[in-house]
Design a protein around this ligand. Structure first.
Ligand code: FES
Length: 181
């Protein structure tokens, strides 16, 4: 007759099964719960934004548009060279700039500036943008994305950390938007 204090083999296996199923369920639930609450915790996503320098303003002559690179402020060891991100800097006047994301607003191909025609052209599907970044023709439905920028001590810095979008990251940070052209 079995002792009532001993666990049968079946009971033990049942308990182990419940335990390991519980572990798997928790493992699956964590990313789902994080996803569901991501809208609530979105404010913390702003911690991915950071002001990074792209160079002294003397490197950007007035009336010209030049390519610049900056180091993405949030890198992982496997990122390699991809942490170096390009952007187009247009200097309108002494203190007035526009800093464009290099990615086309259609599907993200890198656009190139052609000073001869005064256009940014996308090699992928023929998207074109005027010098102020506004859409000229082709599939993009809007102009180039712009980085918020500020000039301090002769150095131009941009708010980087995520690709610019139609949203206003500065507004969500509660800061005052620096003057853009
Ligand atoms: S990605 Fe630039 S036009 Fe399509």
């Amino acid at each position: 007759m079995p002792d009532e204090n001993t666990i049968s083999r079946r009971g033990l296996l049942m308990k182990l099964g419940v335990f390991f199923n519980g572990l798997v369920a928790i493992g699956l639930a964590v990313p789902i719960v994080r996803y569901l609450f991501s809208a609530v915790t979105r404010g913390r996503a702003n911690s991915y934004l950071s002001w990074v320098p792209i160079g002294p303003i003397s490197e950007f002559p007035e009336g010209e548009t030049r390519l610049a690179t900056f180091r993405n402020p949030f890198v992982m060891p496997a990122d390699g060279q991809t942490v170096n991100t390009a952007c187009w800097v247009r200097r309108i006047s002494a203190q007035q700039f526009q800093v464009f994301a290099v990615n086309c607003a259609h599907l993200g191909c890198p656009v190139r500036w052609f000073p001869q025609s005064g256009l940014f052209l996308c090699p992928c599907h023929g998207g074109a943008y005027y010098r102020d970044g506004s859409r000229a023709s082709g599939p993009p439905e809007r102009g180039l994305f712009e980085y918020p920028y500020k000039v301090e001590n002769g150095l131009i810095t941009i708010l980087a950390g995520e690709l610019p979008t139609p949203g206003d990251p500065i507004a969500s940070l509660g800061e005052e938007r620096p003057p853009c052209a």
